[in-house]
Design a protein around this ligand. Sequence first.
Ligand SMILES: [Zn+2]
Length: 251
Amino acid sequence: MGPNITVTGMVLQVMPIGEYDKRITLLTKERGKMTAFARGARRPNSQLLAATNPFSFGEFEVFEGRSACTLARASIQNYFRELAADFAATYYGFYFLEFADYYCQENNDEREMLKLLYQSLRALESPAYDNRLVRLVFELKALAINGEAPNVFSCLKCGAKEELHWFSVKRGGTFCAECREEIADAVRLSESTVYTMQYVISARVEKLYTFTVSAEVLGELQRVMESYLDHYVAHSFKSLKILNDTDHFTG
Ligand SMILES: [Zn+2]
């Protein structure tokens, strides 16, 4: 019989179990990803009912049994209710949760991913940011946190640090004008796009959602990130399919 532990984190995923219970996946500061059973959490009068919904962020007290953890109580600081009230933003939010669920592991230090998730959901709630840009920043920063971001700080061939106007998905980074000749899949990127990528990769998570970009830069980033993720993330996200279909309808 283990003691109760208190972890700070967010509900990533919820599965109904039996008639009244749920199994939740949490992303926590202390233990990385973890799973817990929430008994009776689907009963209408349960104190755990709202606390065990996706996006709920706060403190979770968990009883550690021999084979599984059971949620004892929760104290939620942010339900992200504004996000849940916005149909389009919710789809982005679910995609971020699924992305984090895919990337994060148990008993791993996932504090940066948790911070990124939290700040990105806040940005989705804010009318100041274009959700399409929030998505690109989230994706690129998540790759950077996991050591899988492209190298956009120098030419991959000669090491030059200026005039990095060409990007190759297959090679995973930028090239200067001279070296790009031999790179078949190199596409041209504007200086602002390269700078934006450099900023997202190197800035602290708290400073990520402080800028906007032109339509041209947004378009370049969308094309680069889409083919980069296609090439390097061998996973098809269910929520991404819904999100792309929705984007298609809403333009
Ligand atoms: Zn070069």
